[in-house]
Design a protein around this ligand. Structure first.
Ligand SMILES: [Fe+2]
Ligand SMILES: [Fe+2]
Length: 275
């Protein structure tokens, strides 16, 4: 199966890029299934019902979340009506789930959403949650497993690779909005520390630069806003999964001035350090 992953979709500029390019990308690269992170899709904070429907219409099959999942109150009923995840390591009594399994071309794919700890809300241990979830999925016969690891610290993301390489098909980070240049495949696990946002590529993490600039110059916090006009980017990782392993992976960056950049994953098997 060929799956694709898109990170934090930031506001209407991000949604516009998906409307313009996603169907075209799916056809050109014969993508079977698309996962995308919704946490900033509605004006930078959370997801409304209207925008959830818009993203489904763009060709997104399942949406994962993060620390901004709860910003719009619309989200809670959407867990019953849409293919939507929230970080799986939120306590059990929290609405929704962070792990769902799908069938694609006769093969199973589980999508897990996890949230890191540094500079994040209190949750259960992401690493222990990842281990127990992967163990139960394997007991159920699910081989292909993809993780959106929503975390601030690059060290947490890298440690998740060391913990689960050879056990899952892909781990890609979200949350920082800034893409990293380390797409790789180790022991059949595709890994990228952060895929970066889909939205405004100028300004500051997809938001109007005025507010963060004022905040950093004065120490006074303000409400971040989506720029009225900006240069946009869509960032998408494409991965081929078979029998639980990633055989091939690349990342595409679509600019709204028609430039497209492609980066292939490097392959190198790192030792599993825990055993
Ligand atoms: Fe985000
Ligand atoms: Fe986030």
């Amino acid at each position: 199966m060929r799956i694709a992953f898109i990170g934090d979709i930031v506001g209407s500029p991000g949604r516009l890029m998906l409307k313009t390019y996603l169907q075209k990308i799916k056809q050109e690269y014969k993508i079977d299934f698309v996962i995308a992170n919704y946490e900033n899709a509605s004006h930078g904070f959370g997801l409304t019902a209207k925008n959830a429907n818009e993203l489904v219409a763009c060709g997104i099959d399942v949406m994962s979340g993060g620390n901004h999942t709860w910003d719009k109150k619309d989200i809670i009923p959407l867990f019953d009506t849409h293919e939507l995840l929230r970080p799986h390591n939120y306590p059990k009594e929290v609405p929704g789930t962070g792990c769902k399994t799908y069938e694609i071309n006769g093969e199973k794919l589980a999508v897990i959403n996890l949230m890191g700890h540094f500079s994040m809300p209190y949750t259960d241990n992401a690493f222990r949650c990842a281990q127990s979830t992967v163990t139960s999925l394997k007991e159920e016969g699910v081989e292909n497993i993809f993780i959106d690891f929503h975390a601030e610290a690059t060290s947490e993301k890298r440690a998740m690779l060391m913990l689960l390489q050879g056990e899952v098909s892909g781990i890609i980070g979200t949350h920082t909005h800034v893409g990293t240049d380390d797409l790789q495949i180790s022991q059949g696990t595709a890994y990228l520390t952060d895929i970066g946002l889909t939205g405004c590529r100028d300004n500051v993490i997809g938001m109007d630069a005025k507010v963060p600039l004022k905040q950093f110059l004065t120490g006074m916090k303000g409400h971040y806003d989506i720029p009225k006009k900006c240069k946009k980017i869509l960032q998408i990782a494409v991965m081929d999964f078979k029998n639980g392993a990633c055989e091939n992976a690349f990342k595409l960056k679509y600019f709204d001035d028609e430039r497209v950049l492609k980066t292939d994953a490097w392959r190198e098997d790192y030792a599993v350090t825990l055993k």
